[in-house]
Design a protein around this ligand. Structure first.
Ligand SMILES: [Zn+2]
Length: 445
């Protein structure tokens, strides 16, 4: 079934992201650097919430996972052993006229048939193999063999630290090594907002197993990945699995499932689940000369473990979460746009307003409630700009699940009640301040 493309919707999301301070073009005042994006205050909070939730879910709440933060720069030897120096490539063509470069496999229609430039119509040159690793010149003198690369995947950090974890923690199989961090790809043609970029965060773990248990453990992580999709607030009905054909799999993999998301620009890969066999540990063992075998004390046997690898693109999660949350509806006869984030990842959990900004007693009380909430729920904001209706709309647009208004009843009636307004329905309830804190704390778990 052909996926439904709605570029219009994508433009609206990108424009909201810029207007409200979620995502800006990288190095914007210099015209932007393609394939790089900067997260503004709300994007940084959303990004942080997603990473924290992932870390809590896959690392902190488990006994079989070891956290790691490895270096972004790794020597050439690592990438030669991993196969990236020869295999991490895209086919590229360059226009003989305007010198622009394109992915040969992304050419469409007459540009593909007649081998002409999509930009100027000029003749395209020969197809070349282009390596996606970012080279880094290290030190003051250029010594051959001293070349480093920004990591093309974060997985190699886990493999080169495998022995460190074995020696310091003595874990028993199965166990995983997890990290969240930047990876880099020297993309020929970055595109589709946060989707195809040159610098991005990955959330990933290598789960080390005995070869004979790979199918069972593959299925376990498949289930857990679906659980995560729901947890982070991605619409399940927009996600589907794709069994990757042998000829399309990465050089190290024996089985791969892509989790694809129905992005507004088409159905594309969101997450991946790969069985990497013992390829990487074996490659590093042979290249480094260091023994990377696991010793099973009970069975008194030594062997190289196999690996199941669930990979979660962080920028792609941001986009899938935004695309899932973006909603247009009518509330009180007025059209509105809001982001229906799950409260657990919303960048702002609660906004506090005084009903009127020119009544000092209301403002003082609102400030007091705000301070109380802020101590318990750091992602709380104060807003007294414009009328109450406008404040609601502004908060709806950035996905704030709860708004709290302090009015004359708060001051005059007993029990200090406030109005709690729910984003999705616009429904309002009255609660005491202490009830309010426990209500919101429960909702954001
Ligand atoms: Zn051209």
């Amino acid at each position: 079934m052909a996926s439904m493309k709605t570029p219009d919707r994508m433009e609206k999301i990108v424009s909201l992201c810029k207007r409200r301070g979620f995502v800006f073009a990288g190095s914007d005042i210099y015209g932007g650097l393609s394939g790089t994006w900067d997260y503004g205050p709300l994007g940084a909070e959303l990004s942080h919430n997603i990473k924290e939730l992932w870390w809590k879910t896959f690392v902190q709440s488990r006994e079989d996972m070891y956290g790691l933060q490895s270096s972004l720069i790794m020597p050439e030897a690592v990438w030669r052993a991993s196969g990236h120096l020869s295999g991490f490539t895209d086919p590229m063509v360059e226009c003989t006229n305007c010198k622009k470069r394109f992915r040969a496999d992304h050419l469409e229609g007459k540009n593909k048939e007649q081998h002409t430039c999509p930009s100027c119509g000029g003749k395209l040159g020969e197809e070349k193999v282009f390596n996606l690793l970012f080279p880094v010149a290290m030190g003051s003198t250029e010594v051959s063999g001293n070349m480093g690369y920004l990591r093309g995947e974060i997985a190699q950090g886990m493999f080169v630290n495998f022995k460190n974890i074995l020696d310091t923690y003595h874990p028993t199989l199965p166990f995983g090594i997890a990290q969240i961090g930047k990876a880099f790809r020297n993309e020929i043609a970055p595109r589709d907002f946060l989707f195809r970029v040159r610098e991005f965060d990955l959330m990933e773990f290598e789960y080390f197993i005995r070869e004979e248990e790979w199918q069972e453990i593959f299925e376990m992580w498949r289930t857990e990945m679906w659980r995560w999709i729901e947890l982070v607030g991605i619409k399940k009905e927009l996600v589907s699995e794709l069994e990757v054909a042998p000829e399309d799999r990465a050089h190290y993999s024996k089985r791969t499932i892509d989790f694809e998301f129905e992005f507004p620009f088409g159905k594309k890969e969101l997450y991946g689940l790969a069985y990497r066999t013992d390829y990487d540990l074996r490659a590093h063992m042979s290249a480094s000369g260091v023994d990377l075998q696991y010793f099973d004390q009970e069975k008194n046997e030594r062997f190289v473990p196999h690996v199941i690898e669930p990979t979660f693109g962080h920028g792609r999660t941001m986009m899938a979460v935004l695309a899932s949350a973006y909603t247009e509806d009518t509330l009180g006869d007025e059209p509105r746009v809001y982001l229906a984030f799950h409260p657990r990842i919303a960048p702002v959990k609660v906004a506090v307003f005084p009903l009127l900004k020119n009544k000092p007693e209301l403002v003082a009380k609102a400030r007091e409630v705000y301070s109380l909430l802020k101590k318990e729920i750091p992602q709380t904001v104060f807003d007294d700009n414009g009328n109450i209706g406008k404040r609601y709309r502004r908060q709806d647009e950035i996905g704030t699940p709860f708004c709290v208004t302090i009015d004359f009843d708060t001051l005059e009636k007993e029990g200090e009640t406030v109005t709690l307004r729910h984003r999705d329905t616009g429904e309002q309830t009255r609660l005491s301040v202490s009830e309010l804190i426990s209500y919101i704390k429960k909702a954001i778990v």
